[in-house]
Design a binder for this molecule. Sequence first.
Ligand SMILES: C[S@@+](CC[C@H](N)C(=O)[O-])C[C@H]1O[C@@H](n2cnc3c(N)ncnc32)[C@H](O)[C@@H]1O
Length: 218
Amino acid sequence: MPNDFLSFFLSWMSSPRRVGAVAPSGAALAELITREISASTGPILELGPGTGAFTYKLLKRGVRPQDLTLIECGSDFMKLLQVRFPGARVLWMDAGRLTTEPLYDGAPVGAVVSGLPLLNMSRRKVISILSGAFSYLRPGGAFYQFTYGMSCPVPRPVLDRLGLRAKLVDRALLNVPPASVYRLTRRPQMKLITGSFAPQPSARVAPAHHARDHAATR
Ligand SMILES: C[S@@+](CC[C@H](N)C(=O)[O-])C[C@H]1O[C@@H](n2cnc3c(N)ncnc32)[C@H](O)[C@@H]1O
């Protein structure tokens, strides 16, 4: 919305590190970051929705308003979101507190869409945001994050520590400035084979090697 440019710019003037952009995201980026989401994704957690550029797109994709939880720490944006998306759950809170403020029973969330300026945050904060978000994501769920940077905004040691992997979805070159979207998912779990493992009479390898080879293919 044209009006959003001014309110966004004013918010950025008052808190540049928190807002992290001088203008709301454009249509190309909203299209890209929501591309893999549909009505069947189920509950969606949106972090840092700002004026709702991604929220509008999620609704257009068929996500039900009651399936949307919007986490925004800017009070000006939060009030705007409450007016614009009355059917959604809009929470005025810091996304770094996701682990301390229970949002759901269990882990029903199908996707997290994040507009948070992760590059402006401490590593500790990024870890608490990701741990909290993934605690609500169901198996197979994904966390979508955009960045203006040239690589994934979550550093490799943080991905390793949390057991996550990141993959570039695509770049939105038409956005101003151009941006990239990354999909973060859990790494597949290693399964340990336990119990006795009887070698086949024809097997020529020692049983210990045999068992180890199977574990390594998982
Ligand atoms: C770069 S803007 C993105 C806004 C919107 N998603 C868009 O793309 O137009 C970052 C947003 O994250 C919010 N934000 C920053 N830190 C936050 C935090 N710790 N918890 C919740 N929201 C935060 C800001 O207030 C702002 O609305």
